[in-house]
Design a protein around this ligand. Sequence first.
Ligand SMILES: Cc1ncc(COP(=O)(O)O)c(C=O)c1O
Length: 388
Amino acid sequence: MIAERAILIPNSAIRQFFNLAQGMENVNDLTIGAPDFETPEYIVKSAVKASLEGHHYYSANAGIMPLRKAIAAKLERDNGISYDPETEIDVTIGATEALGLLMMTLLNPGDEVILADPTWPNYITQILMAGGVPVRVPTFEKDGFSLQVDAVEEAITERTKAILINSPNNPTGAILDRESVKGFVELARKHGLYLISDEVYEKIIYDQNQHFSPASLPDTKDFVITVNSFSKSYAMCGWRVGYVAASEKVITPLLKLQEGMASCANTMAQMAAVTALEGPQDAVNEMVKRYRARRDLMVEGLNKIPGISVEKPGGAFYLFVNVKGLGKSSQEIATELLQKTGVMTVPGSGFGSAGEGFLRICYAKNDELLQKALERIHDVVIKDYCPA
Ligand SMILES: Cc1ncc(COP(=O)(O)O)c(C=O)c1O
């Protein structure tokens, strides 16, 4: 018999739509949140060099020391946080492994983790895999989908172990401002909880918005945990390198679990990650500039379509598009869009019940594909949803 844990875990809505499209031709895929840019060449070259030089061995569980040092320098420089590379940083197989290991390290069966609804579905899987209980706090379009400190406080029970925040956010692109981040830190401090901050989209941020790390606030090392990755900032999803920075009390037991799970991240990819952090950052800025232009193109185009509206998000590369005016469920609309036009989106309900009435669109795609998708959505809405 298969374990209950595996049965309990829901299928990812993103993957469901991906599977539906298998075998279809001429699909405009706006689902998976992977940058369409290639990893900058100087990063790729450093991995090739590492490989040719024979760096084919396991690394320490926590990762190669040059990378841990580069991460510590980055956290100091960009985020104003001091972590000791010897004991407080662990390199992982993407932020995904970091988050999965964290849940296994922090949660006893029945412990609760509070997080936003809608939310990245993998958090739910990770919490459930660790025997924990996800507690979803709804966020609303009127607040720009920002998680509200008061609402989180109301959700705290005696089983709450951690609050998980993610800014810029997947799936909504919402940003938590400095005051809200401070609010979550004080809440966690007051109730003796961990605060996990998933900062994988920190570099993909627009306009006047600024990223603010909760761990930069004083006296937070005991309970604030920072998770980050190379996937989004450096277009390195497939390299699978991320990290977690926290107190030694968290990192030491987490490393034991990492040994049992995967031992360490890919050594050559870790070497490329050093180059990513220490090399020129122009490629990152250029990608963000192009994402911003695509965001504007999509927001403008979608807002011209009857029954559809979307606010400009402050970060990440997703739009959470209001389709309530089309009069059907987000699942039905996403299915019909795919079947009638080949445009693949993800129904908002796949990110939690607060996502109903919305579609998630990832615009980390080339301009031509985005333009075509806009035209197709426009035409099907005019024809099938808004009869004259
Ligand atoms: C909010 C969020 N956190 C973490 C991740 C995982 O990133 P990685 O590729 O580093 O595992 C993703 C990937 O989509 C994400 O959207």
